[in-house]
Structures are given as structure tokens and as C-alpha cells.
Design a protein around this ligand. Structure first.
Ligand SMILES: Cc1cc2nc3c(=O)[nH]c(=O)nc-3n(C[C@H](O)[C@H](O)[C@H](O)COP(=O)(O)OP(=O)(O)OC[C@H]3O[C@@H](n4cnc5c(N)ncnc54)[C@H](O)[C@@H]3O)c2cc1C
Length: 290
């Protein structure tokens, strides 16, 4: 396995911002992954993993860590009966395609979530009333202590949360689905994609939802819209004019500008609604939202 130095991470995030990783490797097998973790241990470096970078903001001055991207076997998808078995680095679109071809239903919700199986479990990603916790049977988590299978309850999956810590890497996920009709699955996916396009900036560089929905009548997006923040811009980063819980890279944005927008949005929501919004997007490197 090749270990690269100072690899720019901006191209591995959907918002397209962020500095370099001190070390970067692309493990393709479980032994590769264990080798990478051992290397990080020897060098006393933290380990981080990027999936499709679709809910990730990386510090502009980079990350002092070994950053991993799972490829090869660790990004492959196979079907066994009613199980879709996806490598942690497998894109949701690939897993959904395999499920549909095998006539397996229940994973349609993931059609509009541009992430990987590992990112899905880490975030307990979800949409339209379903989430990873509801469809997955178990995940193979690899850490410096070795591999172990964990169920959703052992992973502590709740709304956009898991108990997984840094250095705990989802290498494989088993998703258990129901028998369904491929044409109906296709129609459902088309309908959900249509709903998504109508409501969210799907053709812009973003990192998905900025904040989790608070325990309030209004969603985070509606709250920020009511604060008059749609279209608000700092440098190259802009709160989406279409959906206020998205930040767009409108023009060569930096992560620091996205953070400044998030801080402003939080301040305004607190002032107007008395609610302290919690960020959903994950930070990599030294980023501070205070
Ligand atoms: C246009 C758009 C729409 C979106 N819509 C939704 C939505 O409807 N619902 C929703 O929940 N999310 C949504 N998202 C956010 C995002 O797609 C999900 O959170 C997704 O699950 C993140 O997966 P990823 O592979 O991109 O993870 P990344 O963004 O790369 O990483 C996110 C976190 O997961 C960790 N991680 C990634 N891979 C692994 C792994 N193998 N093992 C352990 N940890 C890992 C990272 O270290 C990081 O902490 C959207 C994003 C975009 C850009």
C-alpha cells in the first residue's frame, strides 16, 4: 500500500474546500487497513477516514493525521440472498443499484444521499423517514484493537449520530432488505429524486445539511430562512438561496468562510429562537465553531 504525503483533501470533499493530509493512504483489503492502522500507531498519528466527503469540512491548513480512503475490496458491493454486503467505501448509488438488480427493496431512501456505506453508518444517514439504523444488520468495525462486528444498537445509532470514535473504521456493512419489484424500486427512486431536486441545491457544491434539526416546530432550514439568511454570503461561501440549511461553494470558497457563515447562522438562530443549533457536518482538522 502506497502512503502519500501532503495530499490535498479539497478534491475528496463535495464542497471542494480544505488543505492537505499529512499522510494519505487508500487501503483496498482488510490486511491493508490493519497495516495502515499499525503505521499510524508507530508514528503516533491520529487516523481519519473520508468516504465521499459529502458531510465533511476540512480545515484550510490541513490535517495532521493519516487520512484513509477505502477502495478495492473495501469499496465493493455484493448481494447474498436478502443481504447487500457493501465495503465501507462503497457509494450508496452502487449499493442501491445492486439491490434493485437483485429485486431488493428498502434502500431507496439512500438514492439522494451521496455518501458511502461507512459514512452512512458513521452519520446514521437517513431521509424520507428511513435511516441506516433501520436497514443495517451489522457492520465490521476495524480499529487498532482489531476487527469486530457490531449491531446498530452496539454502534449507538440515533438521529445523525453513532458512537463510533476516530480511528474506528467501518470496513464492511450488511444491509438486510425485503423482496421487491425492480420497476417499483426504480419508480420510487425517481419520485424521491424529484422531491429532492425541487427542495435542495442538488447541482451545487455543498456538504449536505449544515445543522441537525433541533427539537422545535421549525426545521433548521426553516429557522435560518426565517432569520433572513438565504443567500447570505461570506467570501466565496453562501447560504443556499434554495434551502437555508445548505452552504454552497459559490466562488472558490475556503472552509474558514463556511465556518464564519455557520457561526453567524448559529448566532442569529439563538437570538431569534433561543435555540443553539448543533452542526451535522463533521470537521476534520482544527476547525472551531464558537
Ligand atoms: C447534496 C447532498 C445531500 C445530502 N442529503 C443527505 C440526506 O438526505 N440525509 C443524510 O443523512 N445526509 C445527507 N447528506 C450528507 C451525507 O451525504 C451523509 O452524511 C453521508 O452518509 C456521508 O457519507 P460520506 O461517505 O460522504 O462520509 P464523509 O462525508 O466522507 O464523512 C462523514 C463522517 O463519516 C466518517 N466516515 C466516512 N467513512 C467512514 C468509514 N468507512 N468508517 C468510519 N467513519 C467514516 C468521516 O470520518 C466523517 O466523520 C447529503 C449531502 C449532500 C452533499
Amino acid at each position: 500500500m502506497i502512503v502519500e504525503h501532503d495530499v490535498a483533501l479539497a478534491r475528496f470533499t463535495t464542497i471542494g474546500t480544505g488543505g492537505p493530509a499529512r499522510l494519505f493512504a487508500r487501503p483496498r483489503t482488510l490486511p491493508d487497513l490493519e497495516e495502515a492502522l499499525a503505521l499510524a500507531g508507530e508514528q503516533a498519528l491520529p487516523v481519519a477516514v473520508v468516504g465521499l466527503g459529502s458531510n465533511l469540512l476540512v480545515a484550510d491548513d490541513g490535517v495532521d493525521a493519516l487520512v484513509l480512503r477505502l477502495e478495492g475490496e473495501l469499496a465493493a458491493v455484493e448481494v447474498d440472498g436478502q443481504l447487500v454486503i457493501a465495503g465501507g467505501g462503497a457509494a450508496n448509488a452502487v449499493a442501491l443499484h445492486a439491490a434493485r438488480n437483485a429485486g431488493l427493496a428498502g434502500f431507496e431512501f439512500a438514492c439522494a444521499i451521496p455518501g458511502t456505506a461507512g459514512g452512512g453508518v458513521r452519520m446514521n444517514a437517513g431521509a424520507y423517514g428511513s435511516d441506516w439504523a433501520g436497514v443495517m444488520k451489522r457492520a465490521l468495525v476495524v480499529s487498532s484493537g482489531g476487527p469486530a462486528w457490531r449491531t446498530p444498537s452496539e454502534l449507538g445509532l440515533t438521529y445523525r449520530h453513532s458512537d463510533l470514535g476516530d480511528g474506528e473504521i467501518v470496513a464492511r456493512v450488511e444491509v438486510e432488505l425485503q423482496l421487491g419489484n425492480p420497476d417499483e424500486i426504480k419508480a420510487e427512486v425517481k419520485e424521491l429524486n424529484g422531491l429532492r431536486k425541487a427542495a435542495q441545491p442538488t447541482n451545487r457544491r455543498t456538504f449536505g445539511s449544515v445543522f441537525k434539526n433541533p427539537d422545535h416546530d421549525l426545521s433548521a432550514g426553516r429557522m435560518l430562512e426565517a432569520c433572513g439568511l438565504k443567500g447570505h454570503r461570506i467570501g466565496g461561501a453562501q447560504i443556499s438561496p434554495k434551502h437555508a440549511n445548505f452552504i454552497e461553494n459559490a466562488d472558490d470558497a475556503r472552509s474558514a468562510e463556511a465556518i464564519a457563515l455557520m457561526a453567524e447562522a448559529r448566532r442569529r438562530a439563538r437570538e431569534q429562537f433561543g435555540v443553539l443549533l448543533e452542526h451535522e457536518v463533521r470537521f476534520l482538522g482544527a476547525l472551531d465553531l464558537s
